[in-house]
Design a protein around this ligand. Structure first.
Ligand code: NAD
Length: 499
């Protein structure tokens, strides 16, 4: 049995707490490795190494720091297949999807190569007689990030790339369910030229997270995961005086207008609802056709597409649409919610409960499910299912559809499918959701824009990646400088306007 490590101060370090968690191969159900769960002392060792390494890195000019990012991009491309294979083996997602996970992180690293431009400050020449004012963006010091299982390459890179490009040290506490890729990324950063101690991986659970939350040296915390944990980390981190951004769960609605191209809408829904087995925070989990006639047409298009979905292990390469879910508990939870949907009166149009895959009986596979006539009081509507289950809620009108998405507690992503530019504009303007797609089902913004949800999907005031990341990982210092030709009048005692 493979025993995974922490990565502290440039070295793989065995866990010393005596506590481990199982890392599964979700396709077979076998335990393939043990992940060490750090004690507060192990976290302290990483913080000490980070604190020692950070000042010299902060003093390295941003162009040199950017060159490390440039080399890291080259290494990510070199090792793309290796990373994707390790990712699929622990997460279960298909091989092409695992490459996409690495790629979407890599694109943020590419954006961070622009650090010298992004870190330029502001300058006012001649704010008063002999007076200039300038603002600098300085690194925070030691930063930490806590990441979820569903994007073990992309989300760590969304955090550590801008943090490091800004001159910080970064401690990553990845998900204990798929920790191998984060460890590989830390090694690659050092191969790219990052000095030791600046990117460390401390594996663990709540014990390590609480040690991060309470450590006085750690200046900022980025979190992505489920909403209850996001809210907990935001509250405790902020009350400890840290800068915190937390991104939580989702329930993304896709509104299908009567004038939409129904084939396009159905294709989009199948990809966005079932891709990665629905384990995406930007998955569409609720289809909202407007009008019964639209709903009937949409369901008729969806059913044959869903019935054709190929579910299998990542080793099948391109020949599979989605893989297993991450653990047996996740599978049981999803199937439990399916049962609750049936019990609460939703109509199960495609039933994936009996799905079995020959040769992979121990795997955590869940067949695709489609519900029709779901209503807002049902648990399958209120809760994030995070599995291959699409719910259809029939809306009587456009206004009813908009209200549905507006009233849901989550506000990560949403989409509208229509040919009507006026409806699309109105929707984009009024909806209280952070990321909106117009005829685009999964509107994940590219690296140079920012990513973040509203309502219970996001806590904090800055988004991930794009320009916001450079604000989150720096603080502003403003200097008012006077270089008089000589103070002839002596001291000044009144607080004056600079005129
Ligand atoms: P999770 O909340 O269970 O775990 C996330 C991280 O928190 C992990 O590193 C885990 O070790 C840690 N953690 C778990 N329980 C904890 C506790 N009690 N105290 C302290 N730390 C704890 O989430 P997950 O199952 O890994 O990921 C799926 C969730 O993440 C979904 O809800 C999904 O919507 C969400 N997600 C959101 C976004 C976004 O950008 N909004 C992106 C990806 C995933």
């Amino acid at each position: 049995m493979q025993e995974l490590t922490h990565y502290i101060n440039g070295t793989h370090v065995k866990g010393t707490s005596g506590r481990f968690s199982d890392v599964f191969n979700p396709a077979t159900g076998e335990v393939q490795a043990k992940c060490p769960l750090a004690s507060p002392e192990e976290l302290n060792a990483a913080v000490a190494a980070a604190q020692a390494a950070q000042p010299a890195w902060a003093a390295t000019n941003p162009q040199r720091r950017a060159r490390v990012m440039m080399e890291f991009v080259r290494l990510l491309n070199r090792d793309m297949d290796k990373l994707a294979e390790a990712l699929s083996r622990e997460h279960g997602k298909t091989f092409p999807d695992a490459k996409g996970d690495v790629q979407r992180g890599l694109e943020v690293v590419e954006y961070c190569i622009g650090a010298p431009q992004l870190l330029k400050g502001e300058f006012t020449d001649g704010a008063g007689p002999g007076i200039d004012i300038y603002s600098m963006r300085q690194p925070l010091g030691v930063c930490a990030g806590i990441t979820p299982f569903n994007f073990p390459a992309m989300i760590p890179m969304w955090m550590f790339a801008p943090a490091l490009a800004c001159g910080n040290a970064f401690i990553l506490k990845p998900s204990e369910r798929d920790p191998s890729v984060p460890l590989m990324l830390a090694e690659l950063m050092e191969e790219a030229g990052l000095p030791k101690g600046l990117l460390q991986v401390v594996n663990g659970d709540k014990v390590a997270v609480d040690a991060i939350l309470d450590h006085e040296v750690i200046q900022s915390i980025g979190f992505v995961g489920s909403t209850p944990i996001a809210q907990y980390i935001y509250g405790r981190g902020c009350s400890n005086g840290k800068r915190v951004q937390c991104f939580g769960g989702a329930k993304n609605h896709m509104i299908v207008m009567p004038d939409a191209d129904m084939d396009q809408a159905a294709d989009a829904l199948v990809g966005a609802g079932y891709g990665a087995a629905g384990e995406r925070c930007m998955a569409i989990s609720v289809a909202v056709p407007v009008g019964d006639e639209t709903a009937d047409r949409l369901i008729a298009k969806l059913v044959p597409r869903i019935e054709k979905l190929k579910v299998g292990p990542y080793t099948a390469g391109n020949d599979v649409d989605y893989g297993p879910v991450v653990t047996a508990e996740a599978k049981a939870r999803i199937l439990g919610l399916v049962e609750s949907g049936i019990a609460q009166g939703a109509e199960l149009v495609v039933d994936g409960r009996d799905f079995k895959l020959q040769g992979y009986e121990g795997g955590f596979f869940v067949g695709p499910h489609l519900f029709d006539r779901v209503t807002p009081e049902m648990d399958i509507y209120k809760q994030e299912i995070f599995g291959p289950v699409l719910s259809t809620v029939r809306a009587g009108s456009y206004e009813e559809a908009v209200k549905l998405a507006m009233d849901h507690e989550y506000g990560n992503g949403t989409a509208i499918f229509t040919r009507d530019g006026d409806a699309a504009r109105d929707f984009a303007s009024r909806i209280n959701v952070g990321m909106v797609g117009i005829n685009v089902p999964i509107p994940v913004p590219l690296a140079y824009h920012t990513f973040g949800g509203w309502k219970k999907s996001g806590f904090g005031d800055l988004n991930q990646h794009g320009p916001d990341a450079f604000k989150f990982y720096t603080r502003t210092k403003t200097v008012t400088a006077r270089w008089p030709s000589g103070i002839k009048e002596g001291g000044e005692f009144n607080f004056r306007a600079m005129d």
